[in-house]
Design a protein around this ligand. Structure first.
Ligand code: MG
Length: 400
């Protein structure tokens, strides 16, 4: 029953609900800057497989609901008017989905804190089993009450068998069509999974999430506010994390006789040079790795392997320029670059500015964004004995 087809979502927001003392139903009321409806829609927009979303609201609230829809990008997103009962609203949503949709998720707008993981688990189980419901295994002991004025325990149910159904609930087109049909012929149910069960289908339970609460009454308000604040903080963190990227690069080469010394593209007069396949420009190499690392585009060895004759005695600044072009194509520009060169000799100070200028030119950024510093290792290890040069570089990239 594997399905790699198109996923459609029906977000049911047609209830008048408990109003939190406000003139609009709770699903359209802003909590920490966003309504439950907006958050629910955003949760599904964040899932790769979702192609269409239909939001079902009472007819008189369609304009307000449309105003609250976030930008949907590649996803088709629209509002339709619901019916008298929940199942009528879901039926209206189902009719509004395009025929290409072969897997449908039904979700309550009031469950605004649903996670991407729960949605993806539900899609996955639906494509394997035909129908699936996000649900929480009961962690409390479950009592069944017997009817009467005073609540008395009739029995204690085996907790291992108890699950509390959440949404999303997922169905193949065929299963949801059968459930909707049953509802239209008079069967009543509080969720679509029940209708699918009544239509004779097996419904699979997948792990829900305790944060996936249904905001129902005034007493859910504080928890909803806390979850909204948490969601805002995560969104802010995500946008900062995707705006800035840090990369680190390192390189070292031996100093040997009979080679020119090239650092940052500058030919520095010295009695020895760095050994290596290319021009062995350790500054260019470390900066290249820092830039590639920040953009997660691999490293210098992967892009310009020293087994490839094309790179023999290659101008490493050209490799850096190539790497910088790749990061620009990936959507980044250079924030700044900081380089530390560890070399006992020669002294770097006289060459610092031309090195910075060369790096800036290769990176297509202003030279004020590039810093190069010299350091000695005071006689310790190979660099300290003047047998090698080592370079550390960090790069900050900014999403363009
Ligand atoms: Mg190297």
């Amino acid at each position: 029953m594997e399905s790699d087809g198109s996923v459609g979502v029906i977000i049911a927001a047609a209830g008048r609900g408990v109003r939190f003392g406000a003139p609009v139903p709770k699903q359209l009321l802003a909590l920490a800057g966003k309504s439950l409806l907006t958050r629910s829609v955003e949760a599904f927009l964040g899932v790769e497989a979702v192609r269409e979303i239909v939001v079902v609201v009472p007819a008189d609230l369609a304009t307000e609901a449309e105003r609250q829809l976030p930008p949907a990008g590649r996803v088709s997103l629209r509002v339709v008017a619901g019916g008298a009962r929940r199942q009528d609203s879901v039926a209206a949503g189902f009719r509004a989905l395009s025929p290409e949709v072969d897997l449908v998720l039904v979700h309550d707008a009031a469950r605004a804190f649903v996670t991407r993981e729960v949605i993806e688990r539900t899609i996955d189980a639906t494509s394997r089993h035909g129908a699936a419901v996000a649900a929480l295994a009961a962690s409390d002991t479950v009592k069944r009450a017997r009817p009467g004025e005073v609540a008395l325990v009739a029995e204690t149910l085996p907790r291992e068998t108890i699950y509390l159904a959440q949404t999303p609930q997922g169905f193949t087109r065929q299963v949801l069509a059968a459930a909707v049909d049953l509802g239209e012929r008079g069967a009543a149910a509080t969720d679509e999974a029940r209708l699918a069960e009544l239509a004779g289908y097996d419904v699979c339970l997948v792990e829900g999430d305790p944060r996936n609460i249904k905001v129902t009454t005034e007493r859910d308000r504080d928890l909803a506010l806390a979850l909204s604040a948490m969601a805002e903080a995560h969104a802010q963190e995500d946008s900062v994390m995707s705006a800035f990227r840090i990369g680190f690069g390192y390189d070292s080469h031996q100093l040997v006789a009979g080679r020119p010394l090239v650092l940052g593209g500058v030919h520095i007069p010295f009695d020895r040079g760095l050994s290596g396949h290319s021009d062995a420009d350790a500054i260019a190499h470390a900066v290249t790795d820092a830039v590639l690392g920040a953009a997660a585009l691999g490293d210098i060895g992967l892009l310009f392997p020293d087994t490839d004759p094309r790179w023999k005695d290659a101008d490493s600044l050209a490799l850096l320029a190539d790497a910088a072009t790749r990061t620009r194509e990936a959507g980044f520009r250079v924030g700044n670059i900081d380089v530390t060169v560890i070399a006992e000799r020669p002294k770097l100070a006289p060459w610092r500015q031309p090195i910075c200028d060369n790096l800036a030119r290769a990176l297509q950024c202003g030279p004020e964004r590039v810093s190069v510093k010299g350091k000695t290792n005071e006689g310790m290890d190979a660099t300290g004995r003047g047998e090698a040069v080592a370079v550390h570089a960090v790069a900050l990239l900014i999403r363009a």
